[in-house]
Design a binder for this molecule. Structure first.
Ligand SMILES: Nc1ncnc2c1ncn2[C@@H]1O[C@H](COP(=O)(O)OP(=O)(O)OP(=O)(O)O)[C@@H](O)[C@H]1O
Ligand SMILES: O=P(O)(O)OC[C@@]1(O)O[C@H](CO)[C@@H](O)[C@@H]1O
Length: 305
């Protein structure tokens, strides 16, 4: 089973406006609301790929109810910890460019935290747990490490998609996959990249620091994969960008959907990751199964010397 943990889920409220004027009344051309949060996005794509998944995390209030009902209608197993406060709403404003305002997240109490850990303790050896997204402000910076200890005790694998110190601290525990984007990678090592060649030593560094597989996503420029069996680049896929929210999560989902079958089949995993990421970039919501299948045929990988 693949579990996803979303500590700070959201309703993503997408508002499309042709010309936004700050300080004025603007009227939306259209709007949508989707269940969001990085782990939840991973679960939604896994489900579309036919891979069984259970969603864990904190949800509450009318916003939490919307998320849980939508996920259950899509066939995702939900084992959320119910909290008293409302789950946040994240605004994704799509005008000539995309602007995001992510909410802070709800209040949690000690019992909520205990309940989440207790649910996570029910995983079994061989399961994969995806830890993705920001921490509610109240949680300590090492909270992911506390969850990793539980996962390791159970002899399960984990994927972590977070940034900065939380990511670096997780590396010694040998995550099955990490997926920084190129900006996050530059920030971790306090550097700047001007070409793909600049990125290569830093992807390799994360591998040497303990990650089993490192995916570096580069938006419209494709992605790089670093593994102990060699490094690969996916050539960019052409298409019209509709939505960059969740492209990275879709990539993670595509990748682990294949690793869950066969831990050795890295190239197939990378192919699925790229197809899912681009298919979401070219869709209004997260990618559909049909969109992913169409793009699978177009993914091209080259080995990096
Ligand atoms: N405009 C695009 N055209 C084609 N493919 C894209 C585009 N944007 C994203 N992708 C695909 O999706 C992958 C993940 O996207 P990206 O690098 O934007 O992740 P991210 O920064 O983690 O995104 P997010 O945090 O919004 O989920 C890319 O590596 C690429 O394969
Ligand atoms: O505030 P966080 O947890 O860093 O990011 C949350 C979020 O922006 O990430 C997802 C896209 O990756 C969205 O569904 C969601 O709104």
């Amino acid at each position: 089973m693949i579990y996803t943990v979303t500590l700070n889920p959201s309703i993503d409220y997408i508002v499309r406006v042709t010309d936004i004027e700050l300080g004025q009344l603007n009227r939306a051309d259209s709007q949508d609301k989707y269940p969001g949060g990085k782990g939840i996005n991973v679960s939604r794509i896994l489900q579309r790929l036919g891979t069984p998944t259970t969603s864990l995390g904190f949800i509450g209030g009318f916003t939490g109810d919307f998320i849980q009902k939508t996920l259950q209608n899509e066939g995702i197993i939900c084992d959320f910890t119910t909290i008293k406060s409302d789950t946040r709403i994240n605004i994704k404003l799509k005008a000539t460019s995309e602007t995001e305002i992510n909410g802070q997240g709800p209040h949690l109490n000690t019992q909520d935290i205990h309940d989440l850990k207790e649910k996570l303790s029910r995983i079994q050896a061989g399961d994969i747990v995806v830890l993705a997204g920001s921490l509610p402000t109240q949680l300590p910076i090492d909270f992911y490490n506390q969850l990793i200890e539980i996962i390791k005790e159970k002899q399960a694998d984990f994927v972590i998609d977070t940034t900065g110190d939380s990511l670096l601290k997780a590396l010694v525990h040998q995550p099955l996959l990490i997926k920084p984007n190129h900006n996050e990678l530059a920030e971790i090592f306090q550097t700047q990249f001007t070409s793909v060649t600049d990125i290569l030593p830093y992807g390799q560094k994360l591998l040497d620091m303990g990650a089993q597989n490192v995916l570096v996503s580069m938006g419209k420029d494709g992605a790089l994969l670093f593994t102990s069996d060699g490094n690969y680049r996916s050539t960019p896929i052409e298409g019209t960008l509709k939505n960059s929210v969740g492209a990275g999560d879709s990539m993670v989902a595509g990748f682990i959907s294949q690793l869950a079958f066969d831990r050795q089949n890295i190239k197939e995993a990378f192919t699925y990751g790229v197809a899912c990421g681009s298919a979401t970039a070219f869709s209004d919501d997260l990618a559909t199964t049909t969109a992913i299948k169409q793009l699978l045929k177009t993914v091209k990988l080259t080995k990096i010397a």
